[in-house]
Design a binder for this molecule. Structure first.
Ligand SMILES: [Zn+2]
Length: 85
């Protein structure tokens, strides 16, 4: 007895579109100067830049890493600003 759990909340037609033409990513969040989070306009798939500079799926673990990086990045930025006197 196998129940199918492959129903995604995404639009199926959009997924087909993405498979044919590729995802249309737009920046959804800027984490640091080099790391950004992206979201596909068609299927809502979310990806992020990983440490090697490649795009990988935005898992909860990656989101966690990104929020830590963002926090560190902002602290460093504000420290630089304050240093200018
Ligand atoms: Zn897509």
């Amino acid at each position: 007895m196998k129940s199918s759990t492959t129903i995604s909340h995404g639009n199926k037609l959009s997924s087909i579109f993405c498979n044919l033409f590729g995802h249309h990513y737009v920046v959804s969040k800027k984490v640091t100067k080099h790391i950004k989070e992206y979201k596909c306009l068609h299927c809502q798939k979310q990806v992020t830049t990983d440490v090697s500079g490649k795009l990988s799926a935005l898992t909860p673990q990656m989101q966690d890493i990104n929020s830590t990086l963002e926090d560190m990045y902002r602290k460093r930025q504000s420290r630089h600003v304050q240093h200018v006197a």
